[in-house]
Write a protein that binds this ligand. Structure first.
Ligand SMILES: NC(=O)c1ccc[n+]([C@@H]2O[C@H](COP(=O)([O-])OP(=O)(O)OC[C@H]3O[C@@H](n4cnc5c(N)ncnc54)[C@H](OP(=O)(O)O)[C@@H]3O)[C@@H](O)[C@H]2O)c1
Length: 303
């Protein structure tokens, strides 16, 4: 029997991507989220979610405002720590596993090489600390848990770096972009496919102890924020969309409330070894994402 996927967090990038990919793959999925379900306060899953009879719960809801979190520690922890624990407890009560999404910002970036899951986390800011606390809350609440640390998520949906860059290129010819933070950009649609394949594997094989714990799940390859913007501008220019020159600057020239890791590249070997999943190169996702955004843009511009 195939999986039935209950997704928490219906309007976010990853939740929207899960809805799209589940429909394309004919996997029954139900999304619930605010305003009906607030994970910071919910006591139990709503009746319709229980009636859906999921085989797995995916928590794609999170407080994701990295800089704002520095001033809103309680709000960030209410969702990313306590809320994550509530979702995992609800999955355990239903008797099904939970797939929880976490972040590369649990690392401090001091390691010169890509991170592996056994490297000690050491978050630099409130957001990363709240997500790390959430991982622990999930592990406490649900024995059957898969925690996916992903990174630098972009998509045609919601708010993200690629969309922001294209919007800025509408009015600017040159942009100064940070070029000394290295990471693993991840296309929400590729991540959604990876999540659904994990759900399928678990449905096929039943729960296995080797599925438990933390996995890195990011697109293959690495770049800087400038590298990501440059690729997005090139893809957009090829389609006649907005483009700009991307000039490199150091992090010190772009101060933000929250400190970011200089290196948060993720080694995704455990995901491949355990589930047979390797996400495609990040720039393939950029091309697809920009293609969708520029086409949409053109459609909107045409009277
Ligand atoms: N974005 C990134 O670059 C990035 C990088 C690494 C890891 N991640 C992780 O990936 C996951 C998905 O991120 P994303 O990019 O899809 O985030 P997103 O686009 O910001 O969406 C977050 C979603 O969470 C929902 N949410 C927030 N608080 C909630 C609450 N109390 N109850 C119910 N829903 C709530 C939001 O609902 P509203 O629309 O109502 O606010 C929104 O639908 C998160 O766990 C995030 O930490 C993201």
């Amino acid at each position: 029997m195939g999986p039935r996927v209950l997704v928490i967090g219906k309007s976010g990038q990853v939740a929207t991507a899960l809805t799209e990919r589940a429909e394309a793959r004919d996997i029954p999925a139900m999304c619930i989220g605010r305003p009906e379900v607030d994970i910071a306060t919910m006591d139990a899953l709503p009746d319709e979610a229980i009636a859906f009879a999921p085989t797995i719960v995916v928590n794609a809801a999170a407080y994701t405002a990295v800089d704002k979190a520095e001033d809103e520690e309680d709000a960030a922890f209410a969702v990313n720590d306590a809320g994550a624990g509530r979702v995992a407890a609800a999955a355990a009560k239903l008797g099904v596993p939970v797939i929880h999404i976490s972040t590369d910002y649990v690392y401090d970036g001091a390691k010169p090489e890509p991170y592996v899951e056994t490297d000690p986390p050491c978050p630099l800011g409130v957001y990363g600390r709240s997500k790390l606390a959430g991982e622990e809350a999930v592990a406490q609440a649900a024995d059957r848990h898969v925690i996916l640390r992903t990174a630098w998520v972009f998509s045609p949906f919601g708010r993200n770096f690629v969309k922001t860059m294209l919007a800025l290129a509408e009015t600017r010819d040159r942009l100064k972009i940070v070029d000394d933070q290295r990471g693993s950009p991840t296309y929400a649609l590729d991540l959604a496919d990876a999540i659904l394949t994990i759900a399928e594997r678990i449905a096929e094989t039943g729960w296995q102890q080797r599925y438990q714990g933390v996995f890195h799940a990011a697109n293959a390859g690495e770049t800087t924020w400038r590298g990501l913007a440059h690729k997005a501008f090139a893809a957009s220019a090829a389609l006649g969309g907005p483009t700009a020159a991307a000039d490199p600057i150091p992090t010190s020239d772009y101060p933000t409330a929250a400190e970011r890791p200089l290196n948060s590249r993720l080694d995704c070997g455990r995901l491949k070894a355990t589930f047979g999943i390797a996400l495609p190169d990040w720039w393939v996702g950029v091309r697809d994402c920009v293609g969708r955004l520029v086409t949409t843009h053109e459609k909107q511009e045409t009277p």
